[in-house]
Design a protein around this ligand. Sequence first.
Ligand code: SAM
Length: 352
Amino acid sequence: MSEPHDAPSLKDVLLGVADAFAGASTVACIIAGHRAGFYSAMAHGNPMTSGELANAAATNERMTREWLDQQAAAQLITYDESTYSYVLPGAVAAVLADPGSPFWLAGGLVAVQALFLDLDRGIEAMKSDGAFGWGEHHPYLFEGTQEIFRPAYDHQLVQHWLPQRSQGTADLEAGITVADMGCGTGYSTLTLARAFPNSTFIGFDLHQPSIDQARQHAAEAGLTNVSFELTAADAISGPFDLICFFDCLHDMGDPVGIARHAINQLSTDGSIIVVEPFAMPTRTENHYLRATPRYAMSLFCCVPCSLSQPGARGMGNQAGESGMRAVFAEAGLDNFTRIAETPNHIVYEAQP
Ligand SMILES: C[S@@+](CC[C@H](N)C(=O)[O-])C[C@H]1O[C@@H](n2cnc3c(N)ncnc32)[C@H](O)[C@@H]1O
C-alpha cells in the first residue's frame, strides 16, 4: 500500500495525539479552576502559595497544589521555587479570570464538558439517523455556547459589525423592529436592545429553557424594548426591518426554507444579518488545528441538531462563505455580502 507523500511520520502522530491528550486534560483542569474560583482568586497577579489559594477559594490544599502544578506544567501559571508561590500572569487572567474581557475563554470551555457528557448519545446518533436535538444536550452546552459567543457580542457586534451594514446603524438608532432568530439565552438580543433603545427586539428560539433564561436576563437588565418568544424560525411573523441569525442558521434543518421565510417577513428596505463561525474558503485549507474545536462542535451539536429537524440539511458550522451564499441563492437572494470577519466569525449581509 502506498502512502500519500504528505503522510505524517510515526513520531509526528505520537506527538500530535500526545498534544491532544495534554490539551483535553488541561481543558478539564481549566474548567475545574473556573468553577472553583481559582482564577478569580489569583487575578490580582500577586504571588500565592497553595495554602493561601486554598484559603481564598475554600478548597482542599493538597488538591489545590496539584491543580497549580498542572497549570504550571501547562505554562498558564508561573512558580517560584524559593517561595513556593504561584502567579497568574495578566495575559492568562484576561483569558481565564475576567468574564468581561474580549479574550474570555474559560466559560466557553464548559461546552467541551458537555461534549464529553453527551458523547455516548452523540455516538448513538452517529450510528443511526444522526438526529440529536439541541434541547437534548446537557445544560452545560447552553451555558458554554452563551459564553463562547458573549465576548463577541459585547465587544464586536455594535462596535465593529453593524456599522459595516449598507445602512450602518442609522436605522437602529432611529427605531426599527428586529428579529433575533435562534437567540439561545438571548445575549445578542440584549446587547442590541441596550445599544439601541429606540428599536424593538424580539428573540425567537425553539428551546424553552434558553427562552426562560433569556427572559430572566432581560428582567435582570431592566430592558423594556426586548422580548423573547418560543417560536421556530420558520414560524415567525413579520414584518421586521432587520432579521439576525447569530451562529444558528447552519443548525437548522432547512436553512434554505428558513432563509426564504425570513426574506418574506422583511419590511420594504429590510435586510438580514448572518453571523457564522469562521471557516477557510476551501475544505482543504480548513483542515488545520484551529478548526478542530469548530468541527468537533459541528459534529456533535450543529450537524445532529439540523438532522433532527425537517429538511435535515446537516450543513455544519464549517460550510463557510460558499455554503452560506448557496443557501441564500437557493432561497432566491443573490445580494449576499461578506461585511466583516474576526478570527472566530464571518458576518454577512443579505438584502432583497
Ligand atoms: C449555537 S446556538 C446559538 C444561540 C445564540 N444565537 C447565540 O449566539 O448564543 C443555536 C440556537 O439555534 C436554536 N435553533 C436551532 N434550530 C432552530 C429552529 N429551527 N428555530 C429556532 N431556533 C432554532 C437552538 O435552540 C439554539 O438556541
